[in-house]
Design a protein around this ligand. Structure first.
Ligand code: FMN
Length: 169
């Protein structure tokens, strides 16, 4: 299951999800989670007993997935609020615990968001594989083909590690 950290209709991070999907080949079916913009604001009062339907759907979808792909930009030196909000709804349900999770930070710079997402996914016990892709927009074309050889090579290695973590359960 793939989650795009950008709510833009035309998004660099969506293209990177396409690139990962191509690298995964036919062994895995990748389903993109509908926009993170549909997830309501996190509210601890509703978290345990009365979660919104969109949150129940999110938790079930993560539970049923063999692995999660997150590709996200950095906003204002951190993760986009919408993505952090989505993750906050999964803390009490432990949805990410033991879940193989590939995190890509595809941004202009992205250093802070890269370290942040590793910290966040680690604390919720995901099995994290991560890659930082600075100047991401210039390294991929509109068909989701990575044009920068070094980035493509590194992504192949990252995806192989992610696949291994799914196969190891
Ligand atoms: C509100 C806002 C804040 C941003 N802040 C950062 C930032 O702190 N660091 C960075 O590397 N890029 C920053 N960017 C640039 C985006 O990360 C970059 O344009 C990225 O490629 C967008 O990805 P997308 O096309 O998937 O939305 C910011 C963009 C926006 C709209």
């Amino acid at each position: 299951m793939a989650i795009c950290g950008s709510t833009k209709a035309v998004s660099t991070n969506s293209l990177y999800i396409s690139a990962v999907t191509k690298l995964l080949g036919k062994t895995f079916e990748v389903t993109c989670f509908p926009s993170i913009a549909n997830i309501p604001h996190f509210n601890p009062d509703l978290d345990l007993n009365n979660p919104p339907a969109a949150v129940e759907d999110l938790r079930l979808t993560i539970q049923q997935a063999d692995g999660i792909i997150i590709s996200t930009p950095e906003y204002a030196m951190g993760l986009p609020g919408s993505l952090k909000n989505l993750i906050d709804w999964t803390v009490s349900s432990a949805s990410f615990a033991g879940k193989p999770t590939l995190a890509l930070i595809a941004s202009t710079q992205g250093e802070k968001a890269y370290h942040s997402i590793i910290d966040i996914l680690t604390v919720i016990e995901a099995k994290v594989t991560a890659q930082h892709i600075p100047y991401a927009k210039a390294k991929i074309n509109n068909d989701g083909l990575i044009t920068d050889e070094d980035t493509l090579g590194e992504l192949k290695t990252t995806v192989d590690l992610f696949v291994a973590s799914m196969k190891n359960g």
